[in-house]
Every structure is written in structure tokens, then in C-alpha cells.
Design a binder for this molecule. Structure first.
Ligand code: ARG
Length: 236
């Protein structure tokens, strides 16, 4: 089906990287989560656009998929960074987050600052800002050797390795850390403030999508949809 009567609407293919609760998750084979429901609502509220379908990738494949034209939008709790802005553009921000340090819930290792992770096997999802913190604050400072850093295709695998004792800590977005802590045998040791903002990623030459999505975002913020979804997916 194409369009809704008022002319041609452009169908949007969105890319995400599931395994990042509660933003994007697979539940009984179904893709859902805060980002998933929000992006669909934003696209439907964006003048001239309609939602088509989701395509799933590992996080570090999303930007190449976007620039290569396989998808039109990234909705993956992606932080707006200067580095990413060299390659893609973003909509207005829709969520704020810091990084948290996750450890096993057994209480054996209780770091209180990044320096406490020195010399420990630790992990993050490849290509994330959590990995960026490990590189800039621990590896580049000489506190951690590259061999102590474990990069994972997704954070679910990293949490498994943490539970199994293969690594001692994970650096991960705070809301996701809190979700894993409520579901798995892990806990938040401390939070490292980064003041990140998530935006939906679009191609740099897609100025029309950008303004339409920003308009859609403003609409769902004004009509209560945004708040409803936040209440549905976050306890606080
Ligand atoms: N906010 C972090 C970043 O932009 C992590 C995002 C990970 N997202 C995901 N769907 N796995 O790097």
C-alpha cells in the first residue's frame, strides 16, 4: 500500500541493533522497545513519510548500511557525536544518557571510578561510546592494555561473559545497564557522566527527511505519545 490519499508518501526503512533493552529488543521473535515504538510514531507523524519496515544489524554496521542506502534512518539509541557527524546527520535529540559500569552482582569486585578498572579484563559493544570511554580513559592513558579490552557484537554477549567471569566489568549506557541489572546477575557499580544525547541517524544529503522527522518528533512530544512511551518502557 502506498500513500494515504494526500499524494505520494515516501516509505521509510529503519535500521536498528537489538539486544539493547529497553531501547531495542527481540521479544518472542518480535522487534520492540522504546526506540522501535518511538521511531514508528515519529515517521507516521512526519509529513510526506510513512513507515515501511525494520532491518537489523550489528551496531557498528548501521552507519555503513545508512550511507550505502540499505536503510533510511538509524534508530538504535545512537549518541550524537562529532565523529559520527563527519559521516551522517542526526535529528534533534530524543533521549539523554550517561555511561555506567556493570559488574557481577556477587560483590567480589566493586569499582568506584574508572581507574579501578586498570589491568582488568573488561568489555563493551564494538563501535559504541562505551568502547570510546574505555579507549580514551583507560587504553590511551596506559592504564589498560589493548589485550584486556573485549569488544562484543552486542551487549547481551558481553553480559553473559560478565556473568561467567570471563570479564570483570562492562561500560554501557546507563538506562541499559539498569535494565540488565534488573534482569540478570549483574549490578551497576558506578556511573561515569558523559551527558550523551541520542538522535535518529540520517544521511547527510537527506535534509528533507531531517526536517520531516524533527517535525514528527515535535508532534509526538506535544501530543503525549512520547511521554506515554517513556512511561511504558522506563520505570523512572
Ligand atoms: N549510545 C551508545 C552509542 O551511541 C550505544 C548505542 C548502542 N545501541 C544499540 N542498539 N546496541 O554508541
Amino acid at each position: 500500500d502506498s500513500g494515504s490519499g494526500d499524494g505520494e508518501e515516501q516509505a521509510i526503512v529503519a535500521g536498528t541493533a537489538p539486544g539493547f533493552p529497553p531501547f531495542e529488543i527481540k521479544q518472542d521473535g518480535e522487534l520492540t522497545g522504546f526506540d522501535v515504538e518511538l521511531l514508528e510514531a515519529v515517521v507516521e507523524a512526519a509529513p510526506g513519510y510513512t513507515f515501511d519496515r525494520w532491518s537489523e544489524f550489528e551496531f557498528d554496521s548501521l552507519i555503513p548500511a545508512l550511507t550505502g542506502g540499505d536503510i533510511d534512518v538509524i534508530a538504535a539509541a545512537m549518541t550524537i557525536t562529532e565523529e559520527r557527524r563527519q559521516t551522517i546527520a542526526f535529528t534533534d535529540a530524543y533521549y539523554e544518557a550517561d555511561q555506567s559500569i556493570l559488574v557481577r552482582a556477587d560483590g567480589d569486585f566493586q569499582p568506584t571510578e574508572l581507574g579501578d578498572l586498570a589491568g582488568r579484563p573488561i568489555g563493551a559493544q564494538t563501535g559504541t561510546t562505551g568502547e570510546g570511554v574505555i579507549r580514551s580513559e583507560l587504553i590511551e592513558t596506559g592504564d589498560l592494555s589493548e589485550s584486556n579490552y573485549n569488544g562484543y557484537g552486542n551487549y547481551t554477549l558481553a553480559v553473559q561473559d560478565l556473568e561467567n567471569g570471563n570479564i570483570d566489568a562492562i561500560v554501557i549506557d546507563k538506562p541499559v545497564a539498569e535494565t540488565f541489572a534488573s534482569e540478570r546477575d549483574v549490578e551497576v557499580a558506578f556511573t561515569y557522566e558523559t551527558g550523551e544525547e541520542y538522535g535518529f541517524g540520517i544521511r547527510q544529503d537527506a535534509g528533507d527527511i531531517q526536517s520531516a522527522l524533527n517535525e514528527g518528533l515535535a508532534t509526538v512530544e506535544e501530543d503525549g505519545t512520547y511521554e506515554e512511551l517513556r512511561n511504558e518502557w522506563f520505570s523512572s
